[in-house]
Design a protein around this ligand. Structure first.
Ligand code: TGC
Ligand code: FAD
Length: 387
């Protein structure tokens, strides 16, 4: 029996019926709603906001959070498959869902008060309130411990000053989860984006993640009440805990981007006739395609096992770092190689590899650069901190 080139080890057979159903419904959404428009969105530098209600109606926002907050209550593997199928469309669509789910809803769920959960989570699951996550600052994102943005107590309020940089959804969001230095260490605040003193400025001229909104945030004496502070976490482990959730999803997403590029390159290579035969008949091209299939298979196995560890409650941040490093590197290499197999045709957005390759330049940088994740793994295996 012929094998599925995008699932050579029949990893789908390891999924539950529910996980397969989630994957199929998101795959359908990507095929029918994302793929027909995404090349134009990328070219125009436009995030397709019109998809938000459908994404919400499918239960993709905060999908792993409990049903009592209006969320789908899915497991970690299902969340991973959602990321994979969305990023098969475009990293920008997956980014939107990652930020809303893992970086905004998750901290409200994990570190927020019950009132905050009730106030925000159901509306965020419905897509009526969109969030952004402000951790990175202009002077350097890899070292968030060196944060300059600060919040000072003023009676029952807090006054926030500072700036954040490269913030996904910044100009789309109604609330920002803002991490700020306080007298008691780093704390998180839910800041409505219409609060006086808050400004979001969209970043233009991007050559990557063009179908996503990226912004700089400025805080000029932004006053929020203590009820807007996330009460149940202090210190860098707050934002890093959110990053672990989002990075987990990002280990899956690039598998989708890689599958899209691999599929397009394979079809093209079978049809493109040069020297009187398809270019796929050349050993040099087959080696490239076989290597893509090998690397995709390994990444799929890595993420599935990571998801099973997550669902068992034993997943460790170092494991997430290794998988983020491996899977994003796998995808960016495949996207570039696929672009090459398409020759000149590969440089236009008529074909997906160049768009994915450019997007993956962001994915390999955000949520911890490749080097940061290599050093996390290096620290684990040597016991020596190289940061
Ligand atoms: P260290 O000072 O040792 O630890 C501080 C505390 O945090 C705990 N911790 C973690 N907790 C949960 N998850 C993790 N991954 C954690 N890593 C550390 C740690 O146990 C400690 O807790 P405690 O109780 O002892 O205080 O910090 P470190 O040396 O581990 O961190 C250094 C380093 C470089 C790894 C870290 O700063 C880092 O990861 N830097 C990269 C920053 C980053 O990834 N920024 C991403 C910004 S958000 C983003 O990019 C969104 S893009 C989204 C999209 O559009 O899809
Ligand atoms: P820097 O930290 O300045 O790093 C520059 C270079 O130095 C990198 O190559 C890095 O690997 C290297 N380096 C740093 N430290 C070391 C070391 N110790 N040893 C060796 N090499 C080192 N942030 C958010 O908070 N929220 C968001 O929603 C968000 N969305 C983003 C969306 C996009 C499209 C992009 C591009 C970024 C986004 N980010 C977001 C920011 C992202 O997390 C940061 O870009 C990333 O953490 C790296 O920070 P930096 O850009 O300041 O690079």
């Amino acid at each position: 029996m012929a094998l599925d080139p995008t699932d050579l080890f029949d990893i789908r057979s390891l999924l539950s019926d529910e996980e397969r159903a989630v994957q199929d419904s998101v795959a359908r959404f990507t095929n029918e709603r994302v793929l027909p428009i995404i090349g134009d969105c990328f070219e125009q530098g436009r995030f397709p906001r019109e998809l938000i209600p459908e994404i919400a109606a499918m239960g993709l926002l905060g999908s792993s959070l409990p049903e009592q907050y209006g969320c789908a209550g899915l497991n970690g593997v299902s969340y991973g498959l959602i990321c994979q199928e969305l990023e098969r469309g475009d990293s920008g669509i997956r980014s939107f869902v990652s930020v809303q789910s893992s970086l905004c809803m998750y901290p409200i769920f994990a570190y927020g008060s019950e009132e905050q959960r009730q106030q925000y989570l159901p509306a965020m699951a419905r897509g009526e309130i969109i969030g952004c996550f402000g951790l990175t600052e202009p002077h350097g994102g890899s070292d968030p411990a060196n944060m300059k943005t600060h919040a000072k107590r003023d009676g029952g309020d807090w006054i926030i000053n500072g700036a954040k940089m490269w913030i996904t959804n910044g100009n789309v969001a109604q609330i920002a989860i803002v991490w700020a230095q306080t007298e008691d260490g780093i704390q998180g605040f839910i800041v409505p984006t219409d609060t006086p003193g808050f400004t979001a400025q969209e970043i233009h001229k991007k050559m990557s993640l063009r179908a996503s909104v990226t912004s700089a945030l400025f805080f000029d004496n932004v006053r929020v009440s203590d009820a807007q502070r996330l009460p149940n976490v202090r210190g860098l482990k707050g934002p890093l805990g959110c990053l672990t959730q989002a990075r987990y999803g990002i280990t899956w997403g690039p598998i989708g981007a890689a599958i899209a590029c691999f599929t397009e390159a394979t079809e093209y290579a079978r049809q493109r006739i040069l020297f009187n035969r398809p270019i796929a008949a050349n050993q040099a091209v087959q080696l490239k395609l076989a290597d893509m299939a090998r690397r995709i298979t390994l990444a799929q196995l890595l993420s599935l096992q990571l998801g099973r560890l997550k669902d068992a409650g034993t997943m460790q941040p170092t494991q997430v770092s290794l998988a983020k490093w491996n899977n994003v590197r796998m995808a960016i290499d495949i996207a570039r190689e696929a672009r090459d197999i398409l020759g000149g045709a590969g440089i236009t957005t008529e074909h997906c590899p160049i768009r994915h390759a450019l997007n993956l330049e962001s994915v390999i940088t955000y949520e911890g650069t490749e080097t940061v994740h290599q050093l996390v793994v290096g620290r684990e295996v040597t016991g020596i901190n190289a940061f």
